[in-house]
Structures are given as C-alpha cells and as structure tokens.
Ligand binder design. Sequence first.
Ligand code: ADP
Ligand code: MG
Length: 228
Amino acid sequence: DAEVNEYRQQREITVEGRDIPKPVKSFHDAGFPEYVMEEITKAGFTEPTPIQSQGWPMALKGRDLIGIAETGSGKTLAYLLPIYPGDGPIVLVLAPTRELAVQIQQEATKFGASSRIKSTCIYGGVPKGPQVRDLRKGVEIVIATPGRLIDMLESNHTNLQRVTYLVLDEADRMLDMGFDPQLRKIASQIRPDRQTLYWSATWPKEVEQLARKFLYNPYKFFSFKFRS
Ligand code: ADP
Ligand code: MG
C-alpha cells in the first residue's frame, strides 16, 4: 500500500521477496517485550533506524533474510533485539466453541498438573478483563476460539511470535462455522517454520483444502475403527 511505500521511499529502504511485512515505524510497533523496551528507553533511542524498521518484522516472521546497510546504521540491534523472548504462548490450540476450548483446557490442566506449564482459555461472550489478566501473567499454552483471540491480538494483549506448535482442533466444525478468514489471519502471524497439527472428525474437500493452506508436508492418517 501507498503509505508503506512512502515510508520506505523516505528512508531509502528497498525490498525484494514474497510476503514482505510492513516496516515498523516505532519501537512500540515492533512488539518487543517490556524488559527490552526499557533498555531502548535507557539507551535514549527515539526511533528505529531504517534497517531496523524493516529488519525486525522480517526476523520475527521466522524467515531467512539478507540485510544490507552501511556501517553505523544499526545492524547489530537489527538482529539482536528479535531474539529476546516475549511473554506470548508457545502453544496455540484453536477450537470452534467455548465449550470445547474449556474442555481442552481442563485436560491440559489435568495431565500437565505436575509441570510448570501454564495455560489459559480465550473465548468470546464473556468480559475480557479476566482473560487479559491471565495473558499478562504469562502462559505457555493458549486455547482459544478464533474471534476472541484476534480481538486480543489486535489490542496487543498477547502475540504469537513465540508460537511453534499450532493445533487446529475440530477443523471441520471451524470451517462450518465460517472461521476460515480468521484462521488465515491468525496463521499469518505465526512463524512459518512452526509445527501445525490439524484434527478433524470428517474429511470433505473443503476441510482438505483448508489443511493445504496451513500445513507443510504433513503426515496424514485416518482411523475409523474406534469404538469406546
Ligand atoms: P552497523 O552494524 O550497521 O555498522 P551498529 O549496529 O554497530 O551498526 O550500530 C551503530 C551505533 O548505532 C551503535 O552505537 C548503536 O548503539 C547505535 N544504534 C543502534 N540502533 C539505534 C537507534 N535505533 N537509534 C540510535 N542509535 C542506534
Ligand atoms: Mg555491524
């Protein structure tokens, strides 16, 4: 878009490649954790250098990159700052309904009771306050319905930069409920070298097509003989 092009032009940033993220205009927009932001303030920096403004969002995408800029332009922090982990989850489980999300979290809590891994459940139809507080405390696992999660992402209450294990549970129901665009939006914020696990009770064409958008070279298996 025009605004991004103008920003790049003014700073003489030229880019090549596919799916290039927008440059960040401020330190805040880079989404660094609080403790990194404090050091930036202490250092007295007021804005990212051009190589940083374009390099940070690229590095945070998890893609390889080549960055070329003159000596003294801030390349060291362009690659150092994206390595410090934030407080976002490392596991994201997406489920179609609040009931299912709650049920999944109960299992996670039960079987992970002796681990230090914390989880929380994010779903719509209830006040956001308690969910925001849980996210702020820092959790490793987020179990969420797509709509409320996007809400939380857009208001910066969490981020998906650390997610490496993405689960789409009851993918067929999520598709039935029209969550396709939300799922794409969420997946686009997660590093492409993540692991994605896709679970479904049925396998119609549309569910298969959706899988192709999110998975890379998956194992695929069916099991139809289960009886409880
Ligand atoms: P390069 O590797 O591109 O030659 P450096 O990473 O060594 O450049 O950075 C040069 C100087 O710029 C360092 O003193 C560094 O602390 C400073 N610097 C880095 N980022 C910023 C910024 N956003 N604003 C102001 N100064 C910065
Ligand atoms: Mg250098």
